[in-house]
Design a protein around this ligand. Sequence first.
Ligand SMILES: Cc1cc2nc3c(=O)[nH]c(=O)nc-3n(C[C@H](O)[C@H](O)[C@H](O)COP(=O)(O)OP(=O)(O)OC[C@H]3O[C@@H](n4cnc5c(N)ncnc54)[C@H](O)[C@@H]3O)c2cc1C
Length: 478
Amino acid sequence: MRGREQQRRRFVVVICCTIMVYGMAFSLSLYRNQTGDELLIHDVSRLFPERVEDIIKGKEEEALIKAVKLAEEKQLKISIAGARHSQGGHAFFRDSLLLDMTDFNDILSLDTEQKLITVQSGVTWADVQNYLNRYGLAVKVMQSSNIFTVGGSLSSNVHGRDPRYGPLIETVESFRLLTADGEIKHVSRTENEELFELVIGGFGLFGVILDVTLEITDNELYAGTTEKLDYQEYPAYIEQHIKNAEDVGLHFARLSATPESLFEDMYVTTYRTLTPDDEHYPEPEQLEQLYLLEEEKHVRRDKFFLGLARNFDWGKQLVWDLQQRLYANEDAVEIVSRNNAMRPPVAFLEYDSDNNTDILQEYFVPTAQFPRFVGLLKEIIEEEELNALNVTVRYTPEHQEGFLRYSNEDTLALVLLIHHPLSDEGIEQVRAATKRVVEAVLACQGTYYLTYQTFPTNEQIRAAYPEIDAFFCRKAEI
Ligand SMILES: Cc1cc2nc3c(=O)[nH]c(=O)nc-3n(C[C@H](O)[C@H](O)[C@H](O)COP(=O)(O)OP(=O)(O)OC[C@H]3O[C@@H](n4cnc5c(N)ncnc54)[C@H](O)[C@@H]3O)c2cc1C
């Protein structure tokens, strides 16, 4: 008995010391100073930084035109940067002239009747939400978070969590494009239509997107609920409850990522539109508060817990247990506006350790192939000992626009957040594992998201994107 008590005490002391040491390191990390070479550019992953020749921040269109002409004169390549949340370093060309678009960020016009907004491409979704919220309006398609620029989002042809829409291209009415010769072209489905398909999802290869006119929608009120589901049943669930369900405003799922229960638990969250006759519709005096835009709270607390998950398996389990507690009450209903539901916490993800990084990867599979892919992915994560921190799933309906499409049919997209060392070995380990995951996704007739790392081989990219050679040919010709 005494031996067991001593053992228990020792265990508690070890855990307390570990938390103390981690807590001290965590506190110090909050006050780290970033210094360095301004021309050494990296994205949020800090993988493969590149040194550029110069950086130009254009607030005015003329400055951007001048920069493009200067690049032509000096025979420099151009790189374009929005919020730099693409990951893998492939957006930056060595010795290029970097156009930083983040100051080119005005909101130009709003047509409340037609529900159209025109913005400069360096504007972030957060800026757009702040503006639209005053008019009771909201974005139709954007990423799960709002920190990205509209230009970077168009260039990746992003998708979001509203299952009524496919990728962003569906909501783009037109845009203006600054081409490499300094010319400005108006692009829409009826004017320079080939460029419409090449530029959206074209990763900046066909010019600089200047301003964009986007369709917008109402800032609906939602009732959000979460339920537990076996991932094997997810395709049928999508078919019955999500696909073509006009009252579903947002939907996503989360899988467990702990070593003990990898992918064993899954929770699906759905936000349904509330009408005044619904039992959950709020009292009139609550409405004003509900429509106010919320700011992210508890950033340090959430950073602390994410840090535990990065460093310790028990930390990961603890975070998942806490999350599950939140999901446990299936009768709980969250009443939230569309704009607030489309700005979930994200600041706690910021991470700038010198030794490690967090990267995202995303794999798209036809809905019916989801269970098979989850099984294959589980095997690879376990065998390759990947430190997966978080796994979410989104549904994207069939769509046909865009030259480089990540899917042509109803798709479930699995988003993985992976923590790994920045050392050469750490990067090579993830590269090798990624190639295996891509092999698995191809076997399931799926694809991967080009916005993340360039780890897959040339054969793999050709298999996932059979149009890629034609895409590069058009780049050379236009
Ligand atoms: C935490 C996190 C969550 C994410 N969630 C989602 C999600 O829910 N759905 C999703 O689809 N994606 C998601 N992504 C990926 C993200 O949408 C893309 O990486 C997107 O491009 C980021 O926008 P950005 O402003 O950071 O663009 P950047 O990374 O700066 O640029 C992206 C590409 O666009 C080009 N570019 C930038 N501005 C312009 C311009 N004005 N004209 C022409 N080309 C330009 C760049 O050269 C680059 O090739 C997520 C990424 C992160 C880190």
